[in-house]
Design a protein around this ligand. Structure first.
Ligand code: TRP
Length: 488
C-alpha cells in the first residue's frame, strides 16, 4: 500500500516521538492524580490492579492506537473514517474519533484548572511561605487558593493561554525541545524527594501502603456514616487511570502516532513510554505517602493531597525554597506537555475540516475549553455543595468536577479503548496490522493480537458490568446464583 502522509508534518526522529508521547503521558495524572486516588482507594491492591491494567490493557492499546494513527495519518475523526473505508466497514467508526475529540476537550477543561494550582504554587514556593510550615499551615495555603474563584480563574487563564500558544505554533516548535531536558529534570527532583522520604521513619509505612495489597479495601467503600458497601468502583477507577495516565482512548496518542515516521518500531516505543510513565507515578507515590503518615495526614483527602503534603517536606529540607520552586515549575511543564495533546485532536480536525489556520483553531478551541473550565473552578468554592447526581449512591457527594472526572476517566476512556481494540483487530485486516506493527507473524504479534482481541474487551466489559450493577441484577436470578455459588 502507498504510505499516506500527514499534512501537519512529521516528528524529526523516533526520539522526538518518544519524548512527545512521554511528555503527553507524564503529567498531572502521575503526580497529582495517581497519589490521591491511590489514597482514596486503600493503597496496595489498587496499585496492583493499576499495574496489571497498564501491562495487559494499556501497552497493547497504546500499540493499537499508534498503529491506527500512523496508518491513517490524520486527526482521529478522519483517520477512523479513512481506515474504516479501507477495511470495507461502516464509516460510523468516525464517531469514535468524535468521542475522543470531545473527551480530550472535557479533560483539558479541568486539567487546566489543576495545572493552574501548580502555577500558583510556584509563586507560593518562591515567597518562602512553606519554610518550616505545619500541616495546618500548608492546608491553609491550599484552602485559601481554592476558595477564591478569581485567583483560580487567573491561573487557569494563564495555563490555557500557555497551552494555546504551543498548539498554535505546531508541536515541533518549542515543546519538542523543552521536553528533552525537562522530563529528566523532573525525574531527578522526584528522586531527591524520595531520598528525603526514605530518611523519615515512615518510609516503610508509606511503601507498605503502596505495595501491600489489601483486597478488602479495594472492594469496599465507606459512606459518610461509616457503613461499608461492596463496590467495584475502585477497580474501574484503576482501569480508567491506566488509560488516563498513558493518554489512551481519546485519540491523543493516535494523533501523535500520525506524525510518526514509518520505519519506527511501534512496540518498542510503546514499552519505553509506558515504563517511563509508570516509574514517575510510583516515585511520586513513594515520595508522598511517607510524608502523609509522618504528619498524620489523611491519605484519602482528595485532589489537594500533593499540595498539602509535598510543601511540608520542602519546608524542612535544606535548600527547600529552591527545590519547591523547581518542583512546581517542572510539574507545570509536565502538565503543559500533556495539555497540548488533549486539544491537538480537536485543533487538527478544525484545520482539516473547517479550513481554519492553526492559530484561529487554537484560539477557538482554547476559548471554549476555558469557559467549560469555569465549572471546575466553581466546584471548589461557590458550587462545592452542588451535587447534581446526589440520588445515585456513589455520586452522593460528587461535585461537578468529580462528575466530569468520572465521566471522562472512568467511562469515556475505557469505552474509547474498548472500541479502539475492537477496531484494530476485528475491523482492520490482519494484513494491515501486521504490516504496520512490523513484528512478523511470531509470538510477539500473536500475543498482541490475543490481548487486544479478547483480554482487553472482556476486562473492560466485566468491570463496566460490575460497576453498573448488571452483575448484581444477574445474580438475583436464581439459577445463575446456583451456578456461581452466589459469587457474582
Ligand atoms: N496522560 C496525561 C497525564 O497523566 C493526561 C493526558 C494527556 C491524557 N493526554 C491525554 C489523558 C489523552 C487521556 C487522554 O497527566
Amino acid at each position: 500500500m502507498a504510505v499516506r502522509e500527514s499534512i501537519h508534518g512529521q516528528w524529526s526522529t523516533r526520539w522526538a516521538f518518544i519524548l512527545a508521547a512521554t511528555g503527553s503521558a507524564v503529567g498531572l495524572g502521575n503526580i497529582w492524580k495517581f497519589p490521591y486516588i491511590t489514597g482514596e482507594n486503600g493503597g496496595g491492591a489498587f496499585v496492583l490492579v493499576y499495574l496489571l491494567c497498564i501491562a495487559v490493557i494499556g501497552i497493547p492499546i497504546m500499540m493499537a492506537e499508534v498503529m491506527l494513527g500512523r496508518r491513517g495519518r490524520q486527526s482521529p475523526i478522519n483517520t477512523m473514517e479513512t481506515l474504516s473505508i479501507e477495511a470495507g466497514h461502516s464509516t460510523h467508526w468516525k464517531y469514535l474519533g468524535w468521542m475522543g475529540v470531545i473527551g480530550g476537550f472535557l479533560i483539558l477543561s479541568y486539567y487546566s484548572v489543576i495545572a493552574g494550582w501548580a502555577l500558583a504554587y510556584i509563586r507560593e514556593s518562591v515567597s518562602g511561605v512553606f519554610v518550616n510550615s505545619t500541616p495546618d499551615g500548608v492546608k491553609g495555603v491550599f484552602g485559601d487558593l481554592v476558595s477564591k474563584p478569581w485567583k483560580l480563574i487567573g491561573w487557569h487563564t494563564l495555563f490555557m493561554v500557555m497551552t494555546m500558544v504551543v498548539v498554535a505554533r505546531g508541536v515541533q516548535g518549542g515543546l519538542e525541545k523543552a521536553v528533552r531536558f525537562l522530563m529528566p529534570a523532573l525525574f531527578v527532583i522526584l528522586l531527591i524527594l524520595v531520598g528525603y522520604a526514605s530518611e523519615t521513619e515512615y518510609f516503610h509505612k508509606g511503601l507498605e501502603f503502596l505495595f501491600k495489597p489489601d483486597f478488602h479495601a479495594l472492594f469496599h467503600v465507606k459512606d459518610a456514616n461509616g457503613v461499608e458497601h461492596r463496590s467495584w468502583n475502585a477497580v474501574l477507577t484503576a482501569m480508567g487511570h491506566a488509560f488516563f495516565t498513558l493518554s489512551l482512548g481519546m485519540g491523543a496518542i493516535m494523533v501523535y502516532g500520525s506524525y510518526l515516521p514509518s520505519n519506527t518500531s511501534i512496540m518498542q516505543t510503546s514499552f519505553i513510554i509506558a515504563i517511563a510513565d509508570t516509574l514517575v507515578a510510583l516515585l511520586a507515590g513513594m515520595a508522598i505517602f511517607p510524608i502523609v503518615f509522618a504528619n498524620n495526614l489523611e491519605p484519602g483527602s482528595g485532589p489537594g493531597l500533593i499540595f498539602q503534603t509535598l510543601p511540608l517536606a520542602f519546608g524542612r529540607m535544606d535548600g527547600g525554597i529552591l527545590f519547591a520552586t523547581l518542583f512546581f515549575i517542572l510539574l507545570t511543564f509536565a502538565a503543559w506537555s500533556s495539555s497540548i495533546s488533549l486539544i491537538e485532536p480537536a485543533v487538527a480536525w478544525l484545520v482539516e475540516n473547517a479550513g481554519m489556520s492553526r492559530i484561529i483553531a487554537s484560539v477557538v478551541m482554547g476559548g471554549a475549553c476555558w469557559a467549560v473550565g469555569l465549572l471546575t473552578v466553581f466546584s471548589f468554592n461557590i458550587w462545592q455543595d452542588v451535587h447534581l447526581l446526589s440520588g445515585i449512591k456513589i455520586f452522593k457527594d460528587a461535585t461537578i468536577f468529580d462528575l466530569l472526572d468520572y465521566l471522562t476517566a472512568n467511562i469515556m476512556l475505557p469505552l474509547g479503548g474498548l472500541l479502539i481494540a475492537i477496531f484494530a483487530v476485528w475491523v482492520m485486516s490482519r494484513e494491515a496490522s501486521m504490516e504496520e506493527l512490523d513484528l512478523g507473524n511470531g509470538i510477539l504479534y500473536k500475543s498482541w493480537r490475543l490481548l487486544v482481541r479478547y483480554i482487553t474487551p472482556v476486562a473492560v466489559i466485566i468491570v463496566f458490568m460490575n460497576v453498573t450493577g448488571v452483575f448484581n441484577w444477574l445474580s438475583s436470578i436464581a439459577w445463575l446464583q446456583a451456578l456461581f455459588g452466589g459469587q457474582v
